[in-house]
Design a protein around this ligand. Structure first.
Ligand SMILES: Cc1cc2nc3c(=O)[nH]c(=O)nc-3n(C[C@H](O)[C@H](O)[C@H](O)COP(=O)(O)O)c2cc1C
Length: 378
């Protein structure tokens, strides 16, 4: 694997700073990040599994949903504020867990955490982070959650959860769509593995496996996951902590019900950004029935292809309590570290505010009340 481009992590050049200032959309940030992140890492970030059908569908499916806006509503005063697990947040937007953020910028997860905290938005730290969870916690006073891959050694995961709990992690999201790693063929061709100067620091143990050998996620990181997980493991996780548990990576109403039955306080409708089972449905097309199954039982988060404030509006109308974004945060991080992530989060929340005004709605509860009167399949 090639070494990382030095300029991805060095102070900005004038032209990069100018490009960041001139960016007006998440797509602009992606274009800047593509020039600053080392190509093998960029491929790792952008990849989907196999033919990348689900990856492509995720974005398209939101756009298929028409917004039947209301006219002549006084929208001069509006609020995006909402509450998740008892904590008020600025708007229904969460930083999804993405692995190895130091591939995008040397400040990695801490830069993301600071930007999310300043915006009063939750960040969910990946199990596969390249920064110790305590260090990330110390970098932010904002809401910080952690994603969990349950290890073949349950005792190890129990200790990790206890460590995170003690550090002040506020919720845990256990990933259900990764019994084995999806095959991202770009990574196979590139010989992707964890670069020698980075570590999967929260999961590695002295003398244990690392991500420095093998090719692709299946070759380098198979030791981080367990194909034998069942709902019983969600019950187990819920018995280890009093913090809320979310089950991440669901697309079926029966699985949503099973998650709550196992003790979850939230479900996260997701197909891992199209990186696991190619052919899985777009999250936009399964959100409504899943939200119906969750009704009255806990929080509903959705991610996958959210690129605009209007996508946030669509998701809330279909029953989500909040949306999460994966790649757009990496684009911001790659384009400009903490400043870039701040820009990505601000772009999306400002667009959401304007989308609310243009649609004739003033609050999250008003979007929910209008539901399919506001957003319909074309
Ligand atoms: C580079 C990358 C790494 C990811 N790492 C993780 C991870 O460690 N754990 C996890 O549960 N999901 C992971 N995801 C999935 C995200 O949490 C999220 O579900 C997905 O990115 C949302 O789609 P989007 O990128 O279109 O916004 C990752 C996604 C990407 C793109």
């Amino acid at each position: 694997m090639e070494s990382r481009k030095s300029d991805a992590c060095s102070p900005h050049t004038d032209s990069a700073e100018h490009a960041l200032r001139a960016a007006v959309s998440l797509a602009d940030l992606a274009r800047i990040a593509a020039t600053r992140i080392e190509p093998t890492a960029w491929d790792y970030y952008r990849s989907g599994a196999w033919d990348e059908t689900t990856l492509a569908r995720n974005e398209v499916a939101w756009r298929e949903l028409e917004i039947h806006y209301r006219g002549m509503v006084d929208v001069s005063k509006r609020s995006m504020r909402t509450t998740l697990f008892g904590r008020e947040i600025a708007c229904p937007l969460i930083v999804a867990p993405t692995a190895m953020q130091k591939l995008a910028h040397r400040d990695g997860e801490c830069a993301t955490a600071r930007a999310a905290s300043a915006a009063n938005l939750p960040m969910c730290l990946s199990s596969l982070a390249t920064t110790a969870l305590e260090e990330v916690r110390a970098a932010t006073a904002g809401p910080l959650w952690m994603q969990v891959y349950i290890s073949q050694d349950r005792g190890f995961t129990r200790d990790l959860v206890a460590r995170a709990d003690a550090a002040g992690i506020e919720a845990f999201a256990v990933t259900a769509d990764t019994p084995v790693w999806g095959v991202r063929e770009r990574d196979m061709r590139n010989g992707f593995r964890v670069p020698d100067d980075l570590r999967i620091v929260n999961l590695e143990r002295p003398g244990g496996p690392t991500g420095h050998s093998g090719v692709g996620m299946g070759g380098a990181l198979s030791w981080t996951i367990d194909p034998s997980l069942t709902w019983r493991d969600v019950e187990l996780l819920a018995s280890w902590t009093t913090r809320p548990i979310l089950v991440k990576g669901l697309c079926r109403p029966d699985d949503v019900r099973a998650a709550f039955d196992a003790g979850a306080k939230g479900v996260w409708i997701s197909n891992h950004g199209g990186r696991q089972l190619d052919g899985a449905p777009a999250t936009a097309s399964v959100l409504a029935p899943c939200a119906e199954a969750a009704h009255g039982r806990g929080a509903v988060i959705v991610d996958g292809g959210i690129r605009r404030g209007i996508d946030m509006l669509r998701a809330i109308a279909l029953g989500a309590d909040a949306v999460a974004i994966g790649r757009p945060v990496l684009w911001g991080l790659g384009a400009g570290g903490e400043t870039g992530v701040t820009r990505a989060l601000a772009m999306l929340s400002q667009e959401f505010d304007l989308a609310m005004a243009l649609a004739g709605v003033r609050s999250i509860s008003e979007i929910r009340a209008l539901a399919d009167g506001l957003v319909r399949v074309r």
